[in-house]
Design a protein around this ligand. Structure first.
Ligand code: SAM
Length: 275
């Protein structure tokens, strides 16, 4: 069932307000429109209230992972470029680690990054293409992934600035890739790919539209899907998240003929799903 109709003028006013917002101006227009529509319904047509709700919603699904000011993509790229030009492997890894430290999701994975990818890739067939959905800064971790140098990396998220940054960074690393803005709510992902990464994103999609995260896991057209769940909140206090997400995943998987392996690193519960 779709949302009730709202006024086009109201929607446009919210969109304009968001394009003037320093924090949310780079969010994909389709995502802003979707969030604005929902906010306008919840605010019973009160536009100023709907603007506040739209920003609050975008903070929860996107802004909370990033620092108060927009990341300095230019500076991060210059650092990476300089290291790549000098052809110094450690300097490249340092520049990538520094960039990944800017986004909360990759920051908390950093101390365990090598183990994380070695454990995953030792269990699966080497992929020719990887699709990283709601990728955040994770595509910068390609050098930590034991994958063939010929791998193609397909990255997407809802932030145009982040996607442009990932595009440039993967280019500097010499990785064949495509980086684009994709809103996973209602997205069609029919193109087959051998491996899909859906890291720490199912709960974020469930918050936006109940059922959407689990439906996406079913819909992705990949024989292998790696999906993970946070086991600590952003505020660092564990809230029984491991129990909640492992029980929810077990209930979902039990109704499907998937083969599943479960792994764990600090802060993250990992499932390798073979369909
Ligand atoms: C918890 S972070 C995970 C980032 C990355 N997958 C990782 O684990 O490092 C959630 C990510 O989902 C993105 N996101 C939120 N809602 C989305 C949507 N509807 N469609 C696509 N991406 C979305 C956010 O911008 C953010 O980068």
């Amino acid at each position: 069932m779709g949302l009730p109709e709202v006024s086009d003028d109201g929607l446009r006013t919210i969109e304009e307000a968001l394009t003037k917002s320093r924090r949310y101006a780079s969010i994909a227009p389709a995502t802003v429109r979707r969030m604005a529509h929902k906010a306008l319904v919840a605010a019973h047509g009160d536009v100023p209230e709907a603007i506040k709700r739209t920003k609050r919603g975008l903070h929860e699904i996107y802004g909370a992972y990033l620092p108060g000011n927009a990341p300095n993509y230019g500076a991060m790229l210059r650092q990476l470029q300089a290291a790549a030009r000098r052809n110094e492997e450690q300097a490249v890894l340092d520049a990538l680690s520094a960039a990944m430290g800017v986004h909360a999701s990759t920051r908390e994975r950093l101390p365990h990054l090598r183990t994380f990818y070695e454990e995953i890739f030792s269990r699966i067939t080497p992929p020719t293409a990887i699709r990283d959905l709601a990728c955040g800064f994770n595509p910068l971790a390609v050098p930590w992934m034991p994958v063939p140098g010929t791998v193609t990396y397909l990255a997407s998220d809802i932030d145009l600035g982040l996607v442009a940054f990932v595009d440039r960074a993967l280019g500097l690393l010499g990785v064949a890739h495509r980086a684009e803005a994709v809103d996973l709510i209602g997205a069609r992902l029919a193109d087959p790919v051998d491996l899909t990464l859906l890291l720490k994103t199912v709960p974020c999609l469930e918050r936006q539209q109940p059922g959407a995260g689990w439906e996406l896991l079913d819909a992705v057209n990949s024989p292998t899907v790696v999906t993970t769940f946070p086991t600590k909140s952003l505020g660092r206090r564990s809230k029984g998240m491991f129990q909640t997400y492992s029980a929810a995943f077990a209930a979902h998987a039990s109704e499907r003929s998937w083969q599943v392996e479960q792994l764990e690193i600090p802060n993250e519960l990992i499932y390798i799903v073979r369909k």
